[in-house]
Design a protein around this ligand. Structure first.
Ligand SMILES: Nc1nc2c(ncn2[C@@H]2O[C@H](COP(=O)(O)OP(=O)(O)OP(=O)(O)O)[C@@H](O)[C@H]2O)c(=O)[nH]1
Ligand SMILES: [Mg+2]
Length: 293
């Protein structure tokens, strides 16, 4: 499933981000802790590198991710040069406040009333950028919503007299060619729903979770080993929850959306879709495939 979802405001957002990087001292890149690799936008990375700005990676929504895998990702990122990574849940204000001290350390030459520290917050859509800003400000100042592409324009927020934050619209890149990235991003609700097939995404998500978290899947959906194959799983959900279109016909589509929402809200349990090693293996396979072409 290759995905193209690059609404017009993102072209503008990219241009504006490029301009804003000139006047900001530091970039916070917000990732989804369940998919830190897939939610790394290569376009943001190259914009940041072009300006050589120090950066902090925040693995947000850690309340939904597998803590063991999240700590592997933190080790992985923190070993990289010029990278500081932190995991948190933007719903926990105390955790969010840790960001400020780290930012101050990353740009020690700024952070006074004369030279305020200017921080640009970037990331793919719906990862919690605006929620983090609201938590830092202790006020609902940036618009937040449970769907991708809520923020459409940059918003500059004076946190205090020595720190300025800029919220940016979530950005995708023009074409997501890596199939698993597309599935992970769509499943994790970072892509507009008209750009992917929910049934296909739910089945692919099931494929991943049944291999990596069989026990919690079994417990949540009351399924036994061997697990139902493909659509049989959705039929199981539809039948258990009485999703019917008409007598004798189950509503598989509603079951697919329910499964996606269960994952998105963490109802299944704390689930991560990729670890540093699974990502490296996936990228190696892609490279080998391309080498054979
Ligand atoms: N469970 C959980 N939900 C979160 C967390 N952070 C944000 N959310 C939810 O994620 C959704 C998206 O949050 P936003 O802050 O609007 O995300 P954004 O990155 O600004 O999104 P765009 O403006 O669309 O790019 C909202 O429903 C938030 O309540 C978190 O740490 N944990
Ligand atoms: Mg936003």
């Amino acid at each position: 499933m290759s995905i193209q979802w690059y609404p017009g405001h993102m072209t503008r957002a990219k241009k504006k981000a490029e301009e804003a990087l000139e006047f900001n001292d530091l970039v916070i890149e917000v990732l989804d802790a369940r998919i830190p690799g897939s939610s790394t936008n290569p376009m943001i990375e190259s914009l940041r590198q072009a300006r050589q700005r120090p950066h902090l990676k925040i693995l947000n929504k850690s309340d939904l991710a597998d803590p063991f895998i999240t700590s592997q990702w933190l080790d992985y990122f923190n070993k990289q040069t010029h990278t500081v990574a932190l995991s948190l849940s933007a719903k926990d204000i105390r955790e969010v406040k840790k960001i400020l001290l780290i930012c101050q350390k990353l740009a020690p030459h700024r952070g006074t009333t004369v030279k305020p520290l200017r921080i640009l917050i970037m990331g793919v859509p719906n990862v919690g950028k605006s929620t983090i800003i609201n938590a830092l400000k202790n006020k609902r100042i940036a618009k937040v919503g449970n769907e991708p592409a809520v923020t459409k324009m940059q918003q500059r927020i004076e946190l205090n007299d020595h720190m300025i934050l800029t919220d940016t619209p979530g950005m995708m890149w023009p074409k997501i060619t890596n199939e698993l990235d597309g599935i992970f991003l769509a499943a994790s609700h970072t892509i507009g729903i008209n750009a992917y097939d929910e049934l296909e995404t739910a089945l692919s998500l099931y494929d991943v979770i049944k291999d990596t978290y069989p026990d919690i899947l079994s417990a949540h959906y009351k399924i036994e080993f061997p697990f139902p194959k493909d659509e049989k799983f959705l039929e199981h959900i539809a039948s258990a929850r009485k999703f019917v279109i008409k007598k004798g016909e189950l509503d598989i589509y509603k079951a697919a959306v329910t499964f996606l929402n269960d994952y998105r809200q963490g109802l299944i349990g704390k689930v991560s879709l990729e670890s540093p090693s699974s990502r490296i293996t996936m990228l190696q396979k892609i490279n080998e495939g391309e080498g054979k072409k």
